[in-house]
Ligand binder design. Structure first.
Ligand code: NAD
Length: 360
């Protein structure tokens, strides 16, 4: 089959890690007889340097025309880069916000998986990390508190700020459907996280999620309050399969879930729209401190490419192959600097890419 993939190498380590992901994809294409046509576009600082803005209309059109978008990361050193002397709407991150909006990406997926080979990096108690965990947070990305009406006023000499948290049932339903669809390809459990004991928006969230669950009789649904979920993630993460939640709760919980794995260079992510289209990127940033040194960990980007095959291109077997190749590289003792421990085989970004490619 032939697929068109728009790539955003971006800034910092972005070009190095996307290059490795493309090599892995090319090996998959060779093995299974597919063709991946890549088109690179500029975004973030790389686009500012050429076009003066972080994302052009032509780049957006190229992204929309593709079957999926694979991204490295964007942005520079926020203290020293000239990009951060520009007004906020012209800075690198404005490109990311714009592309998410233009592509209608309302569901953000962040897997948090503890590889047994990296259990030492896990910050949890040994008896908890020994059990391992493999969960995915599905976060609503375009509604809720971050997009509600807000204002700051001074009344009778007292400053007062207001943010509003609004969801309509359609916004809740479409992200809930994504979560149930994903659970049906995994261990068939959805934990919907809300604050229904206090918030009206959470009570509506719970009602709509219950309605959606009726179409998925083989999926177990449980509801959990967000404060309890924050505790359960550090106490017993193995209980979770798919965690479904609204924008702000998801922002906080997905960072917590990432951190308990202890290795930022390993964490993939995806943002999806109503169709199968999605933007796939590592959870980490552009790491300007190590850019150009060939020492970055490319695994988060390679695993993001695997998610792209699974969720946007319907190539689950090929995605399984990439994930197995990553596990084998770890089991064989290969480690980039960020996940290196004594006795392991230290390798560069490009060596790690080659080793994973050869494992496919
Ligand atoms: P960061 O994730 O880039 O780096 C944090 C630390 O983790 C650094 O020490 C870095 O060297 C290390 N690190 C990150 N990824 C790594 C990898 N693959 N391999 C090895 N080490 C890795 O976060 P930051 O320093 O806060 O941000 C740097 C820039 O990235 C900023 O401009 C920020 O705005 C941007 N950023 C972009 C995205 C994105 O593109 N979606 C996300 C987060 C941050």
């Amino acid at each position: 089959m032939v697929f068109n993939i728009t790539c955003i190498p971006g800034d910092g380590i972005g070009p190095e890690i996307v290059k490795q992901a493309k090599l892995v994809l090319d090996r998959v294409a060779e093995k299974y007889g597919h063709t991946f046509n890549y088109k690179d576009i500029l975004m973030g600082g790389a686009s500012i340097d050429v076009h003066g803005i972080p994302l052009t209309d032509e780049a957006i059109a190229d992204a929309k025309a593709a079957d999926a978008v694979l991204m490295g990361s964007i942005g520079g050193d926020t203290n020293t880069s000239p990009w951060y002397k520009l007004e906020p709407s012209k800075r690198p991150e404005a490109g990311l916000l714009k592309i998410r909006k233009e592509l209608g990406l309302f569901a953000n997926l962040r897997p948090a998986l503890l590889y047994k080979e990296l259990a030492d990096a896990c910050v949890l108690k040994k008896e908890t990390s020994d059990q391992g965990f493999d969960l995915i947070i599905v976060r609503e990305l375009t509604g809720g508190l971050y997009f509600g009406k807000r204002e700051t006023v001074t009344e009778n000499g007292i400053r007062k700020a207001t943010d509003t948290l609004t969801y309509d049932e359609n916004e809740i339903r479409r992200v809930a459907i994504k979560a149930f669809d994903i659970a049906s390809k995994r261990r068939k459990k959805v934990t919907s996280v809300d604050k229904a004991n206090v918030l009206d928006s959470s009570r509506l969230w719970r009602q709509v999620v219950n309605e959606v669950s009726k179409d998925y009789p083989d999926i177990t649904l449980e509801h959990m309050l967000v404060d309890n979920c924050a505790m359960q993630l550090v106490k017993d993460p193995a209980q979770f399969d798919v965690v479904l939640t609204e924008n702000m709760f998801g922002d906080i919980l997905s960072d917590e879930a990432s951190m308990i794995t202890g290795s930022i260079g390993m964490l993939a992510s995806a943002s999806l729209n109503e169709t199968k289209f999605g933007l796939y990127e590592p959870s980490h940033g552009s790491a300007p401190d190590i850019a150009g040194k060939d020492i970055a960990n490319p695994i988060a980007t390679i695993l993001s490419a695997a998610m792209m095959l699974r969720f946007s291109l319907d190539l689950s077997k090929e995605a399984d192959d990439i994930e197995a190749a990553v596990k084998k590289a770890l089991a064989d003792g290969y480690r980039t600097g960020d996940i290196y421990t004594e006795g392991m085989k230290k390798c560069s970004c490009s060596e790690m890419g080659r080793i994973i490619t050869e494992n496919i």
